[in-house]
Ligand binder design. Structure first.
Ligand SMILES: Cc1cc2nc3c(=O)[nH]c(=O)nc-3n(C[C@H](O)[C@H](O)[C@H](O)COP(=O)(O)O)c2cc1C
Length: 200
């Protein structure tokens, strides 16, 4: 199934910010697979601007430093206003989620906590990775947080186990099976985004 001409704007958020992380390479691989699903062979039939890769290391948000609950949107800091505008522009979200001590990353929690209504009624998928458990304990811990801000989790959530064995010279090596799950995830994000549009 190809989704040519699709204008769903998908934001991909890299949840790991530490030096030596694998998360950015995982995110780039996932981004390329989403691109293929959205635009077929990538020969120009689609709109690359529909994908926004957010590297939280680059975004460099401080720990939540706003005095008011984000539901009020009474933001006092330029970095919050910029983050709000960027998330508002997205129709769907993909979280690239490492597992740290059986949970998800503090950088992801911080980035989520900064905003509130900007997340609402948007589909979300979690690409989790780790050791034997493929980061699924982290993804499970993340689920109630996503629900609390109104993100709607789709059914296809790619899981990558033994991540260290899938890196060659710092580059993540995904396989066809994983690519198939990312394609299913992409289709669900697009369909669910369309279904939720009247609520946004
Ligand atoms: C602080 C810390 C805690 C970790 N805890 C877990 C864990 O609970 N389960 C797991 O499967 N891997 C765990 N790992 C291993 C990570 O899966 C692995 O280091 C992975 O590369 C982390 O993603 P990143 O490189 O993008 O930060 C942990 C790694 C770190 C640095």
């Amino acid at each position: 199934m190809r989704l040519h001409g699709c204008m769903t704007r998908i934001m991909i958020i890299v949840g790991s910010v530490r030096p030596g992380r694998v998360g950015l390479s995982v995110a780039e691989w996932v981004r390329d697979r989403i691109q293929e699903t959205l635009h077929g062979d990538g020969s120009g039939g689609g709109d690359a601007a529909s994908l926004d890769l957010v590297d939280l290391a680059e975004l460099n948000l401080p720990f939540l430093d706003e005095p008011h609950h984000p539901v009020k949107k009474a933001y006092t800091k330029p970095h919050t206003v910029a983050w709000s505008e960027r998330v508002s522009a997205a129709d769907a979200v993909v979280l690239i989620s490492p597992e740290y001590n059986h949970s998800y990353s503090p950088a992801l929690k911080n980035a989520l906590d900064f905003l509130y209504t900007e997340w609402a009624h948007k589909p979300v998928a979690v690409v989790s990775y780790g050791g034997a458990s493929a980061g699924t304990r982290g993804a499970a811990a993340l689920a109630p947080v996503l629900a609390s801000v109104g993100l709607v989790k789709v059914a296809a959530n790619p899981e990558i186990n033994f991540i260290g064995t899938k890196m060659v010279d710092g580059v993540f090596q995904g396989d066809d099976k994983l690519a198939g799950t990312v394609a299913a995830m992409t289709r669900m994000l697009v369909e669910t985004s369309e279904a939720l549009k009247p609520l946004r």
